[in-house]
Design a protein around this ligand. Structure first.
Ligand code: NAD
Length: 497
């Protein structure tokens, strides 16, 4: 019988009473490996109520004890790293090494959450007025909610619940219905690490469950990662309901290639960052902007891309895996066709891609277009597949103008040997994460993940100090202790003296 994915409510793995189940498939074979429930409204309410009850106790737990849960958790995640990556590969199709990277980038956030005591320190100023001191604390918000996408089923849940819980909150996670097995395993290990029942609740489902969590009166903070259309809905609905919302959305990431860059560095980095993970990364490079004579490297780049072939998760020769589902594959095929119809030159066409022994897999081979203009849908839309497009310009200024005119602002990079060009680029580009000779500049957790413009709605970003600000309120205390009981008469001004 197909495995039925449980809900996690108040520390118990429970089977949903719903009639609506969604198949979870292996994207290389279409084999149904599990079924995930669309939780009922009562189940969602129960999860929030249990998280609310657990908050009353957890918010009083000393910060060092909260950190100790995270210390045990990061150790357990490391111990089970390969096992989690294997599970993750099976439900996403990612290659094993890439799946390990997905888990690792999440573990790093848990390591960061171990520093919660120093991260959540407030500020103090002595003698703001004579014998009056002022100091601030951070205090948790209550039940925080996380809604996560399919493409990083370990890393993105781990961006959210460890930081929120370390800050003293409790958490309700609604993972992607396409790959819920990895987040469930993360939750089991969290409990094994000694996390009290109720800190982390997991409900499954799609729009109905998300919308219920968004308007629930007891969920003050919402973290979302996913597509732009859903992100806009989440941000608007959540803020309309007076919640704190951070919504990380889609992307179109450009790499600028200056003619003074080293050709082999450019080609190697561009291949991995464009078609790696089948292009299903929000920080994947999808547009290569060739400046001046660097356009001469396009034929060599085409050859390098042609050598990459997709394959199954445990094939060590595979450059990347299948797309997540047949609909995602059809969507990418549609863009490839639209690019051709619009007159772009398809130098490499991965539409008809086959992998021996896996005829049902959602395969698309590396695809590369040149002669792309900014009106074409292959430029304006996030394709989310192994498709790279090239745009040629004459100057760095033109490259900057092009990228700043694109509505997205998640990540970008410049490859150059010139410090002056790199400095100009980092200063003038309106994108939140910039790589200089680094193709995928995902910040480590002591910084924050800082997408801009249409790639992010909200103020405070994921992990780092910004996550502490997002998941806490600041309370500021102004205190005076009288040394005598002599009355000095009423003070009629707002000024402290
Ligand atoms: P998605 O928007 O389809 O789904 C994300 C989550 O929202 C899932 O949990 C899903 O169940 C839920 N959802 C789907 N439709 C909904 C609706 N109508 N109302 C409410 N909830 C809904 O995204 P996806 O396909 O799972 O993930 C890929 C997208 O995520 C890409 O656009 C990618 O760029 C983006 N992404 C962004 C970042 C970032 O940091 N900016 C990181 C990873 C992924």
């Amino acid at each position: 019988m197909t495995k039925k994915v449980p809900l996690l409510i108040n520390g118990e793995m429970v089977q949903s009473k719903t009639q609506h189940w969604i198949p979870v498939t292996n994207p290389a074979t279409q084999e149904v490996i599990a079924e995930v429930p669309c939780a009922t409204p009562d189940e969602v309410n129960h999860a929030v109520a249990m998280a609310k009850a657990a908050f009353q106790t957890w918010k009083e737990v000393p910060v060092s004890d909260r950190a100790r849960v995270m210390l045990r958790y990061q150790a357990l995640l490391k111990e089970h790293h390969d096992e989690i990556a294997t599970l993750l590969s099976q439900e996403t199709g990612k290659t094993f090494e890439d799946a390990k990277g997905d888990v690792w980038r999440g573990i790093e956030v848990v390591e960061h959450a171990c520093h919660i005591a120093s991260l959540s320190m407030g500020e103090t100023v002595e003698n703001v007025a004579r014998k009056v001191d002022c100091y601030s604390y951070t205090q948790p918000l209550g039940v925080c909610v996380g809604i996560t996408p399919f493409n990083f089923p370990a890393m993105i849940p781990l961006w959210m619940f460890p930081m929120a819980i370390a800050c003293g909150n409790t958490f309700v996670l609604k993972p992607s219905e396409q790959d819920p097995l990895t987040p469930m395993r993360l939750a089991e290990l969290f409990q094994q690490a000694g996390a009290p029942a109720g800190l982390l609740q997991i409900v499954h489902g799609t729009k109905d469950v998300v919308d219920q969590l968004l308007v629930h009166p007891d969920t003050p903070a919402i973290s979302f990662v996913g597509s732009v259309a859903v992100g806009e809905h989440i941000y608007k609905t959540g803020t309309d309901h007076m919640k704190r919302v951070q919504a990380f959305a889609g992307a179109k990431n450009h790499m600028v290639i200056m003619p003074d860059a080293q050709k082999s560095h450019v080609i190697n980095n561009l291949v991995g960052s464009s078609v790696g993970a089948a292009g299903q990364r929000c920080m994947a490079i999808s547009v290569a902007v060739f400046v001046g004579a660097s356009r001469e490297w396009i034929p060599e780049l085409t050859d390098a891309l042609a050598k990459v072939r997709p394959g199954v998760w445990n094939d060590p020769q595979a450059g990347y895996g299948p797309l997540i589902n047949p609909q995602a594959k059809q969507r990418v095929l549609r863009f490839i066709q639209e690019g051709k119809d619009a007159g772009a030159e398809c130098l490499l066409d991965g539409s008809d891609c086959k992998v021996d022994g896996y005829p049902e897999g959602n395969w698309i081979g590396p695809t590369f277009f040149k002669g792309v203009t900014t009106e074409m849908s292959i430029y304006t839309e996030e394709i989310f597949g192994p498709v790279l497009i090239a745009i040629e310009v004459d100057t760095l200024e033109q490259a900057i103008e092009l990228i700043n005119a694109n509505p997205y602002g998640n990540g970008t990079s410049i490859f150059t040997a010139s410090g002056a060009a790199a400095r100009k680029y980092q200063h003038e580009i309106q994108v939140g994460q910039v790589g200089i000779n680094v193709p995928v500049p995902v910040p480590l957790p002591f910084f924050s993940f800082t997408g801009w413009r249409k790639s992010f709605y909200g103020d405070q970003h994921a992990y780092g100090k910004q996550a502490v600000r997002f998941y806490t309120e600041t309370k500021t205390v102004t205190a005076r202790w009288f040394e005598d009981d002599l009355a000095s008469g009423p003070n009629m001004t707002i000024q402290l003296k």
